[in-house]
Design a protein around this ligand. Sequence first.
Ligand code: FES
Length: 170
Amino acid sequence: MRSKTTDKNENLTRRNFLKMGISALTTLSLLEISGVSLMFMQPRSLEGEFGGTVTAGLVDSFAIGSVTEFPDGRFFLIRAHDGGFLAVYRRCTHLGCSVNWEADQNRFFCPCHASSFDSNGDVENPPAPRALDTFPIQIADGQVIVDTSQIQNRDAFAPDQLAYAAGEQG
Ligand code: FES
């Protein structure tokens, strides 16, 4: 026959063991939750995608009179006939749909309400009220760098919107 004192001691030990187990699990869960929260709170680098700077490529890798799409950066890089560069945001200035570049028609076309824009992003066909927005371009060490964190509104195309590599200004 077991004594009452022994039963009491065993109960206490079991209870303590359970308590320790529960607090260990709770501590582990809290650590995991704070770890996951920290992961989400860390500033995320937007290098190479929309909202950050995109290194598009070497100046000479873009043919004169070409339009190159950068889907992750959400822009088209235009190389004009005089060698200048223009980065246009793909968001239509009517209601924000994504425009497509139609090389055979030499135009940007919005599938939502059929606005079209010429090869500088200027409105050819409404309802779009103004030219496609642009992003600032820097040309450094022969590389074309587009800053997609700064959307620049414009009413229409003007030649001073083009960016040139050193010594190439048309
Ligand atoms: S959203 Fe492009 S034409 Fe309406």
